[in-house]
Design a protein around this ligand. Sequence first.
Ligand SMILES: NC(=O)c1ccc[n+]([C@@H]2O[C@H](COP(=O)([O-])OP(=O)(O)OC[C@H]3O[C@@H](n4cnc5c(N)ncnc54)[C@H](O)[C@@H]3O)[C@@H](O)[C@H]2O)c1
Length: 256
Amino acid sequence: MEKIKVILSGASGRLCTVIAKLIESRDDCEVVCGVDITGTAAFPIVDSFDKIPCSADVVIDCSHHTVAPKLADYLVRTNTPAVICTTGHTDDEERALREASEKVAVIKSRNMSLGINLLSELVKRAATVLGSDFDIEVIEAHHRNKIDAPSGTALMLADAAKEARDAADLDTEYVYERASKREKRGDAEIGISSIRGGTIVGEHSVIFAGNNEVLTLSHSAESRDLFGTGAIRAALFIADKPAGFYTMSDVIAEIL
Ligand SMILES: NC(=O)c1ccc[n+]([C@@H]2O[C@H](COP(=O)([O-])OP(=O)(O)OC[C@H]3O[C@@H](n4cnc5c(N)ncnc54)[C@H](O)[C@@H]3O)[C@@H](O)[C@H]2O)c1
């Protein structure tokens, strides 16, 4: 079996380092080149897409959102599909990636974990089935050094529930804190709460609280490796796909 050739964009960063290590132990793919403004590795690292000396089957991008326009140019110019792990794109940067996806296959997710993406699908289904009879609360916990709150993943789960509520014509209002409100919970609310402490890698729960019953869907991350595993899975998925903009839901749909 031919190995899938991977270019790592942001090659010296934390996530790409995890991905490179995971790829080393696999026989279905290999890293042929990295792009980064710093660092060295077992594979060549160049500081711009123009200097990549070889072709590849897929780019995995875990760099910085500002890289998106140059990355998009490279993908179209070389007809190379891509996995976009990088977050924080501006509207223009997002548009550059979407335009590239009209010519090549691009998969993008704020969270590459297969487990979290499956959780998101399950949340959508649960919100559809349970409807207006159940109150929805999202709770997330992360290590003490995380700066943003709530986590992007908590918002992604709330959005999944909202999508189901929108389809059923139910209003939705995200509520991030209750201390200042001193009023009874409204029907439209999805509460989103954050816990910060110690070295917690990432915990997410979605609670559906009804009359006399509570359904809880939850995910526990034990290391950052799960993002790397998901990114590799996405790379193997996207390498032979026709042009289009894909998400991890498409990866799950292909498995089902
Ligand atoms: N989708 C997911 O599941 C997921 C998971 C973790 C991290 N991320 C995202 O992936 C990105 C990288 O995360 P990280 O923790 O590895 O960050 P990091 O800071 O450790 O690594 C980023 C790398 O990109 C490089 N870089 C920055 N600007 C560049 C440029 N102009 N050209 C080339 N290389 C450049 C940096 O030198 C660095 O080595 C972030 O946007 C982060 O939010 C996504």
